[in-house]
Design a binder for this molecule. Structure first.
Ligand code: GUN
Length: 294
């Protein structure tokens, strides 16, 4: 079997169009546009690139966005002060602190310093708690994007066996919660594999839907995939490639060329989950603006 390629770029375009309409409606009702503040600490090239994409997408759909570029040697206290100012700034309905943060800063403190109603990343304990209770408010954008792709592609999630490789706070864990709750594009039996899992392949081979979210290239090889499975690759790693002008190329967690011969559908890297993360962030910003205007 050769897999159908799921285009995150195409589905993200649909979401952008929908969000642009919602932004117009919001502006008509409230007289101002939703706003997003992005906090970028340090100069990690991958983070810079992600933030640029988020800025561009905001502009495209009519969301006001400002990025605060902050030196990596900022103290935790100063950063908390900036977060507090943004919490009290009415122009911004959403605040996104780009991760990772420098090692000397406690990420949990910063995230929990956000106004939970502005936490469009869905990482604040209150939002994570609501998701775990089956009452989601802000869900992290990547899991939301994966779920949206499955829905748009007509892939049956209800009753399926989903195996997720990776338990990160940003992807694996919230995705497991999202897909196992009741409702559309959910109601699956979910297994989460991680570095403590004894025999990862024994689990992945059962998967109707296999999600690779370990952040390590070649985590999922063809011998780990059931014939006809849907394979979603969340990983994005930069690997050295001297044939490219940039000196690197992006690769996922899945051995794409071999796995696409076994799967029924697969997401590419780039152009798969990445654009969906950006698209769903936009939706979360509009949701934040609505919650704060209510
Ligand atoms: N770094 C990598 N992905 C993300 C994301 O979705 N949100 C934030 N804040 N940082 C990230």
């Amino acid at each position: 079997m050769t897999a159908r390629i799921i285009s995150g770029n195409e589905i993200a375009k649909t979401v952008h169009t929908e969000v642009a309409e919602k932004v117009t409606g919001f502006k008509d009702t409230n007289g101002y546009a939703p706003g997003l503040a992005v906090v970028l600490v340090g100069d990690d090239p991958a983070s810079r690139s992600y933030v640029r994409r988020k800025e561009r997408a905001c502009v495209e759909v009519g969301i006001i966005t400002d990025t605060l570029n902050i030196s990596a040697d900022i103290s935790a206290e100063e950063l908390m002060g900036i977060v507090d100012e943004l919490n009290n700034d009415d122009r911004y309905h959403g605040i996104l602190v780009q991760l990772p943060l420098p090692d000397h800063i406690d990420v949990d403190n910063v995230i929990n310093g956000l106004d939970p109603l502005k936490d469009v990343d869905g990482l604040h304990s209150q939002n994570a708690g609501l998701l775990s209770l089956g009452k989601p408010r802000f869900v992290p954008a990547t899991p939301l994007g994966v779920q949206r792709m499955l829905i748009e592609e007509g892939i049956e999630v209800n009753g399926s066996d989903v195996v997720i490789v990776g338990r990160s706070t940003l992807v694996g864990r919230p995705l497991a919660l999202l897909l196992s709750q009741r409702g559309r594009g959910a109601n699956a039996t979910v297994t989460m594999c991680h570095t403590g899992t004894q025999d990862v392949a024994s689990h992945t081979l059962r998967a109707d839907i296999l999600v690779a979210a370990a952040g390590v290239p070649d985590t999922v090889t063809a011998d780990m995939v059931k014939e006809g499975a849907v394979v979603i690759d969340v990983g994005v790693s930069r690997v050295t490639d001297s044939s490219r002008r940039s000196g690197f190329r992006l690769t996922g967690d899945v051995d794409y060329n071999a796995v696409k011969e076994k799967a029924s559908a697969i997401t590419p890297v780039p152009g798969g989950v990445g654009p969906m993360t950006v698209a769903m962030l936009l939706e979360n910003v509009v949701l934040a603006a609505k919650l704060q205007s209510a």
